[in-house]
Write a protein that binds this ligand. Structure first.
Ligand SMILES: *[C@@H]1O[C@H](CO)[C@@H](O)[C@H](O)[C@H]1NC(C)=O
Ligand SMILES: *[C@@H]1O[C@H](CO)[C@@H](O)[C@H](O)[C@H]1NC(C)=O
Ligand SMILES: *[C@@H]1O[C@H](CO)[C@@H](O)[C@H](O)[C@H]1NC(C)=O
Length: 390
């Protein structure tokens, strides 16, 4: 009896301790959760009830002096940083360029560039197999580590001698310099490839289903779209105020509760007229906002362009591997080692077969409903994707 009672006490103590532990964990998470929920509620309310971002133009417009100091003459602006490697002839062979694709890469990511050149980003194959003129350049800064820089530069120059597809400016290639890289991309378009009908900016770990992309762009071209910006749209995202977060933004830098709409930087497309206007406005706005996708949203807001969603552009997420998905996919994000395998699978003739008959279409709709509409840890494309005909 006595022993039993002692055991009972021990159990009780253990129970109290566990409860305490669980409670404190919940409280800790609660603070996190609370912060998350509150900032999102505020941000969505702002986006959907007020939806005015006029403050951006007035708060971020540079004074004429600052602008002059950074870019020189407005009509023939100098680049923000000098080019170390440039491609002056890339776009001069044709007036009929469907797409200029600017891949944001980094000095050490040569393997990713190689994968892209050998698969979806091979200009010669695109011309031969899809009869489309697509230009691809890799956009780089310099290695941030000064001790490795000269070796890194030698390798990049060697790589570029073979492929002639690298552009590089003299700024440190770091996460917090991505907006500098964005400005560089639109400068290069405006200066060296202004006739491209569409301009795409993409990460170097993206997969582009080039046959689908070309088909999609051709359908847009037929409609002569202008004022056009498409991708995976973020609406009413709040600035993240937690200092340990990669995307932390201080109140001084961005005091408002909500960002303007923008597309995920993983991969988005703009029409030529938008690219030209973004280039101009990027010289007028204060570019201290270092999250490049958000800065793009601010630029677009200032010129009155809003992004639109297309379900087969992915945001952060990686594709669901299935031929029925490949039949529609435009981009998928987060590919480094599987690019070759995926390219083979996604462009296999059997994928095209899938859209040929009523039964196969029915089958694919069912598969896509299972893959896209049921809750999964990561969804590339929304449930809409199951019902969107491409
Ligand atoms: C961005 O690049 C410039 C020029 O190289 C450099 O001075 C600066 O420190 C870089 N900024 C960050 C945040 O890496
Ligand atoms: C740009 O904005 C930042 C942060 O608000 C500010 O510190 C900086 O002085 C501004 N730069 C110019 C040139 O106005
Ligand atoms: C300010 O922003 C609005 C969109 O909110 C835009 O339509 C307008 O053209 C901008 N004004 C200037 C002077 O850039």
């Amino acid at each position: 009896m006595f022993i039993n009672l002692r055991r009972f006490r021990k159990l009780q103590i253990a129970q109290v301790l566990t409860t305490g532990l669980v409670l404190s964990v919940v409280m800790l998470c609660w603070e996190e959760l609370d912060h998350h929920v509150v900032s999102h509620v505020r941000s969505y309310s702002y986006r959907y009830l007020i939806n005015s971002y006029d403050f951006l133009n007035s708060s971020y417009t540079l004074s004429p002096n600052d602008r002059q100091r950074r870019f020189g003459n407005f009509l023939a602006p100098t680049p923000l940083h000098p080019y170390l490697i440039n491609q002056l002839e890339k776009c001069s062979d044709s007036d009929d360029i469907l797409l200029l694709l600017l891949v944001k890469s980094s000095p050490e990511n040569d393997q990713r560039r190689r994968n892209i050149r050998e698969t979806w980003g091979n200009e010669d194959n695109i011309l031969k197999n899809l009869d489309a003129n697509v230009k691809i350049v890799f956009v780089l800064g310099v290695h941030p580590d000064t001790t490795q820089r000269s070796k890194s530069q030698a390798r990049i120059r060697k790589e570029n001698r073979i492929y002639n597809d690298v552009i590089q400016q003299n700024f440190m290639d770091t996460f917090h310099n991505l907006t500098t890289k964005l400005i560089m991309q639109f400068h290069w378009f405006a200066k060296h490839c202004p006739k491209a009908k569409f301009v795409m900016s993409a990460d170097d770990d993206i997969f582009v289903h080039m046959p689908n992309m070309v088909r999609y762009l051709r359908s847009l071209e037929e409609k002569s779209v202008t004022n056009f910006w498409v991708g995976h749209v973020h609406r009413g995202s709040p600035p993240i105020r937690r200092q340990n977060n990669k995307y932390y933004v201080s109140v001084e830098l961005y005091p408002w509760p909500s960002y303007p709409d923008y597309t995920a930087g993983a991969g988005y497309v703009v029409s030529r007229d938008v690219a030209a206007k973004i280039h101009q406005v990027s010289q007028i706005l204060n570019s201290s906002m270092y999250i490049d996708d958000v800065f793009m949203g601010m630029c677009a807001q200032a010129i009155g362009v809003s992004p639109q969603d297309y379900v087969f552009f992915s945001g952060e997420a990686i594709t669901r591997y299935h031929p029925c998905i490949y039949a529609d996919m435009i981009t998928s994000h987060g590919h480094t080692d599987d690019v070759k395998e995926l390219w083979k699978e996604a462009t296999h003739p059997k994928v095209k077969e899938l859209s040929k008959s009523f039964l196969k279409n029915l089958y694919c709709t069912a598969v896509k409903m299972a893959l896209l509409c049921l809750p999964h840890k990561q969804n590339t494309y929304g449930c809409m994707g199951a019902f969107t005909n491409t």
